[in-house]
Design a protein around this ligand. Structure first.
Ligand code: THG
Length: 799
């Protein structure tokens, strides 16, 4: 029986940690664990057998890091195929006598995709494709993407896996104490994005242990009807007598597994620190339980990296901001021609503040490379606002580029009833997991009758489903004509909306402002028409949210049409307006002075334009120091504050960091002329044996941004080298990072050497595996949980 069949019938048990057991069997620190597939196959097989004996229905291959980019750290990049092939062969041999299934494990790349990092979608895709293909060819039963924190990277992985072969894929994410992934994705959003990329199940693994995962598991089970996998760590790693231990016992892990099954999870196992004993206990408690069936209906859901928006045929209609569209806007046209994104950013923010829940993005300017223009717009907007995006273009290549870059589930605006449109756009929506707006027109143009539009609508629904896209992901636009040119058009559009909704059961949208072209006081016409369209059943509208009449009409109509149940949202909003704004949500003022412009550039991570802003500011006579003290540093501090409050997430932090780096590079020669005050020297390194450096890189960038001289020694750095460089440079601080419990034991060694050599520098530690308690135990001078705290800690230690 295949994975897809079994997972519908029974609760499945998946195995526990591989790394923990390899270490127990003598895997040397700094050695590539996946290399043992070639040199120690018997050990790998023995571990698989232990889990199979414990009751695992699924075992995972020893391939978590067997991807080109990571194997390159061990000079094994040319062995991707062989290492993965051997891993699958070993696991299949082990699994056969038990009738168990083999999941090919794939971990994240450890590098950020653009715009957070430098890796392109295509580069990530190639990496995942190579590894998946090797495993598919060797005959895995399923592919398990595990421990992913970046939804953008998961998208690339899932698209690559679908291309590599027809095997079921499980997408498993890791969430932190806040219930989000480290780049800010909540469980529902993870589910919404992954589900449309064709996964067979969605999961959570690793993370902070089972206790903290209850809310995440519940949220997942309520966000999708797909099977849910839960494989937590056996708690957070702790150090006892110099050894790493995981606190949760087999019995508690099993109790939690049982609770997860009652929520609706049906694939249970463990991650770091779980052993065959844990899996046996889990098996004992949950194997005979029944799956809890789930069959919720969901509306049309779209998502950014951090937020899901539902267009619900019964819920409050959704405003889609129309203003990122150069039609009729000279300044925006010029900006797009010049390759800038200043107005784009400002209007994106302003529309969201005015109540737009989704933003339409159109870069249609004649004679411009629209692929690059769309790319710039998407990258600028997607780290700035939480609202999901609606990609508005007639060019399939422009749409495809946008969908590649977008780290969420976008809406394609649009497909229509023409064969050529159906054949190019639907495959894009399927491949990149997007929703669609379907226009009711075809080769003959907009049908003259309501019946004609309905026929096109019916065809679009049918074709969408034929392409394997669920019908609720199609929203139909019955097209409004300009009333001044075609006075009889409006009633037809309204009737078409009513019938499409009733007869096809799909949601509807409209570009409302089209109706009023050529008339004075357009907003008035738009508002009246909008109310009528809402009465006809409109679910979403592309409109100008900064026209207060439109948003008021939306709120009031939602009450009148019983879409805002008991007027709850309406009343809450009116009360809030009466009492004045309660929470001080950061207000994005329109920057006017050069210093404000610069401050905003840091807040919005506008790394492309910041240098130009600096030059403009310098030209007005401001000094470089003034720019730093009055705009740049307050900007990055505000970013840090928002990050601490959970308003900003890692992506914004990093974009702002890069903007600061660019600023410093540009200002450095200028600053060198004046009296310099250096904040101090910090030597940064990821310790020996550890090749994870994302966290350390972020801290390095943030420290440079705050004026420290950072000497970044990279990853996998020998203890002696760290201490030698710190002595040579007379550094004030050594900053050490370790992601793995096996490598963090280098930290006390380094502290010892610093003391023995009588260096004046202080040692600060951090990284996923390191806790405050551990830092104290080993006598570190400081500990920081994230990059913002790291900067504060360094500042504290230096003075
Ligand atoms: N259906 C779908 N998509 C669409 C449309 C549609 N996308 C484009 C358009 N129609 C909806 N968007 C707009 C955007 C702007 C205006 C009208 C429709 C508009 N702009 C003013 C002008 O041109 O004069 C400028 C206003 C301003 O400065 O803000 O009217 O029908 N699926």
């Amino acid at each position: 029986m295949s994975f897809r069949e079994r997972v519908q019938k029974e609760v499945l048990i998946i195995d526990g940690a591989m790394g923990t057991l390899l270490q127990q069997r003598g895997l040397p620190g700094g050695w590539c664990p996946e290399e043992w597939n070639l040199s120690q196959p018997e050990i790998i097989k023995e571990i698989h057998k232990l889990y199979l004996e414990a009751g695992a229905d699924i075992i995972t291959t020893n391939t978590f890091g067997a991807i080109g980019l990571k194997l390159a750290d061990y000079n094994l990049a040319d062995q991707v195929k062989e290492i993965n092939r051997q891993a699958v062969i070993i696991a299949k041999e082990a699994a056969r006598p038990y009738g168990a299934m083999v999941a090919g494990s794939v971990g994240p790349l450890g590098k950020f995709l653009q715009p957070l990092g430098t890796m392109t979608f295509d580069q990530a895709y190639e990496q995942f494709y190579e590894q998946c293909l090797a495993m598919v060819e060797a005959g895995v039963d399923l592919i398990l993407f595990e421990t992913f924190g970046d939804i953008g990277e998961m998208r690339a992985a899932l698209i690559a896996a679908a291309d590599a072969g027809n095997v079921p894929v499980v997408a498993s994410f890791t969430f932190d104490e806040t219930g989000r992934t480290f780049t800010g994705t909540d469980p529902e959003t993870a589910a919404v994005v992954a589900e449309r990329l064709g996964v067979a199940a969605i999961g959570v693994n690793c993370s902070v242990g089972p206790r903290q995962l209850e809310k995440v598991v519940q949220a997942l089970t309520e966000s999708t009807n797909l099977p849910i996998l839960v494989s937590p760590n056996a708690g957070m790693p702790e150090i006892m007598d110099g050894k790493t231990v995981f606190r949760e016992t087999p019995e508690t892990m099993a109790q939690y597994a049982e609770r997860f099954v009652t929520y609706g999870a049906s694939i249970l196992g463990g991650c770091c620190g779980t052993t065959p004993e844990h899996i046996q206990a889990i098996y004992g408690r949950v194997k005979k339980l029944k799956r809890k069936p789930r069959s919720k209906t969901f509306g049309l859901r779209v998502a950014s990296r951090v937020k899901t928006v539902t267009i619900d045929p019964q819920g409050i209609p959704v405003a889609i901001g129309e203003r990122l569209n150069p039609t009729g806007k000279k300044a925006l046209q010029e900006e797009i021609r010049a390759g800038k994104t200043e107005i784009t950013r400002r209007d994106a923010l302003a529309q969201v503040q005015a109540g737009a829940e989704i933003l339409d993005v159109n870069v249609g300017v004649g004679g411009v490379d629209q692929i690059s223009a769309m790319e710039r717009a998407i990258q600028a907007i997607q780290v700035l606002v939480e609202a999901p995006l609606c990609i508005d273009s007639t060019d399939p290549q422009v749409i495809e580029q946008a969908l590649k870059l977008y780290h969420g589930k976008a809406i394609i605006n649009s497909v229509n009833g023409e064969e050529s449109s159906i054949e190019t756009i639907l495959p894009l929506a399927k491949r990149y997991g997007a929703a669609l707006i379907g226009l009711t027109l075809d080769e003959q143009g907009i049908p003259a009758t309501v019946q004609g539009r309905l026929e096109v609508a019916r065809k679009l629904v049918q074709k969408t489903e034929e392409w394997g896209i669920p019908r609720q992901d199609l929203m139909l636009d019955c097209l409004v004509l300009t009333v001044s040119a075609q006075p009889e058009g409006v009633p037809q559009t309204l009737e078409a909306i009513r019938r499409v909704k009733k007869e096809l059961g799909v949601t509807t949208s409209l570009g409302v402002s089209n109706v009023s072209f050529g008339l004075p006081n357009r907003g008035l016409i738009n508002t009246a028409f909008f109310a009528m369209a809402l009465y006809a059943g409109l679910d979403a509208a592309i409109l100008n949210p900064q026209d207060e009449r439109m948003m008021e009409t939306l709120r009031a109509s939602a009450v009148l049409l019983a879409r805002d149940v008991r007027a709850e949202k309406y009343i809450a909003r009116e009360q809030q307006a009466a009492n004045g704004p309660q929470v001080a949500k950061p207000q994005e003022k329109l920057a006017t002075t050069p210093l404000e412009v610069l401050y905003q550039a840091v807040l919005s991570g506008d790394k492309d334009n910041v240098v130009a802003y600096i030059d403009e500011a310098l030209a007005t006579g401001l000094s470089p120091m003034e720019l730093l003290d009055k705009a740049l540093v307050p900007g990055i501090e505000e970013v840090g504050r928002r990050y601490g409050l959970g308003i900003y997430f890692l992506p914004q932090l990093m974009m702002a960091g890069e903007t600061m780096t660019k600023s410093f590079e540009h200002l450095r020669p200028e600053l060198a002329k004046g009296p310099s005050k250096k904040a101090g020297t910090v030597v940064m390194a990821t310790v020996k044996g550890d090749i994870h450096d994302i966290g350390k890189n972020i801290v390095s960038v943030m420290l440079s941004n705050h004026g420290f001289d950072v000497i970044d020694l990279g990853k996998n750095v020998p203890n002696e080298e760290i201490v030698r460089v710190a002595a040579e440079k007379n550094a004030e601080i050594i900053g050490l990072s370790a992601l793995m419990t096996t490598t963090m034991v280098n930290m006390p060694e380094i502290i010892k050497q610093v003391k023995e050599q009588g260096l004046r520098c202080k040692v600060m530690v951090g990284g996923a595996a390191v806790t405050e308690q551990y830092a104290q135990e080993i006598g570190a001078d400081g500990y920081a949980v994230d990059a913002v705290e790291a900067v504060n800690m360094v500042k504290k230690l230096v003075c």
